[in-house]
Design a protein around this ligand. Structure first.
Ligand SMILES: Nc1ncnc2c1ncn2[C@@H]1O[C@H](COP(=O)(O)OP(=O)(O)OP(=O)(O)O)[C@@H](O)[C@H]1O
Length: 194
């Protein structure tokens, strides 16, 4: 099976602190790859290095066979950050619409993807509400909806179900499993605490 994320001998650090030491990993197409570790271990740092937001001091990182950072590859990665990057003055629907446009979605396909993503996280009834009035869990759910919007080949989720109730958490994981089976094109990278 094709490798979609390939990290080799990565060393990443900030000023005087080394965070990742000689780290290598390989994620194949269709694989759900979970990363578990204590707070501060470097999970988010690794995620950011994979998508090209942090620079490695040495080593290499390729996504979909391209060295990162690579703008075209970025468009094929759904990324849900640990802290929600949402426009709180806009409604949930306006946020989805904005990010859908960033992902170059248009017309009927854009509408379908927005409906699918909102439904995935049970936010359809709340689409008209301003995000400023959302709870923490609702913001997490909207962030997850945004990550899946473009139907990406690689889905990177940093603690996706924190603050989401157990029932919805289960249904989100079931849906991610379905996505993986259905498309064989989704690779999920999930960072969470052990
Ligand atoms: N931009 C930065 N500048 C300096 N230090 C940083 C920076 N980003 C992260 N760190 C440090 O790197 C270490 C790893 O942080 P990181 O966020 O990757 O951990 P984590 O495993 O994701 O933790 P958590 O589970 O709490 O989110 C921490 O000690 C953190 O303070």
């Amino acid at each position: 099976m094709e490798t979609v994320i390939e990290a080799n001998a990565l060393n990443v650090g900030f000023k005087h602190k080394q965070i990742l030491f000689d780290l290598s990993l390989s994620v194949r197409r269709g694989e759900i790859y979970g990363l578990i570790g204590p707070s501060g271990a470097g999970k988010t740092t690794l995620v950011k290095t994979i998508i090209g937001m942090e620079k490695a001091q040495s080593g290499s990182i390729e996504v979909l066979t391209h060295a990162m950072p690579n703008l075209a590859v970025m468009e094929n990665i759904g990324y849900m950050a640990q802290s929600d990057a949402l426009y709180t003055d806009l409604t949930a629907k306006e946020n989805l619409d904005f990010f859908a446009s960033l992902y170059q979605l248009k017309g009927e396909n854009k509408k379908k993807r927005m409906e699918y993503a909102a439904n995935l996280v049970n936010l359809t009834p709340d689409l008209g509400k301003k995000v400023a009035n959302f709870s923490g869990g609702m913001k997490r759910r909207l962030s997850l909806a945004i990550a899946v919007l473009p139907d990406p080949e690689v889905l990177i989720l940093d603690e996706p179900t924190v603050g989401i109730d157990p029932e919805l958490r289960l249904s989100i994981w079931e849906e991610l499993q379905t996505l993986k089976k259905k498309r064989e094109g989704d690779s999920c990278y999930d960072a969470r605490h052990g």
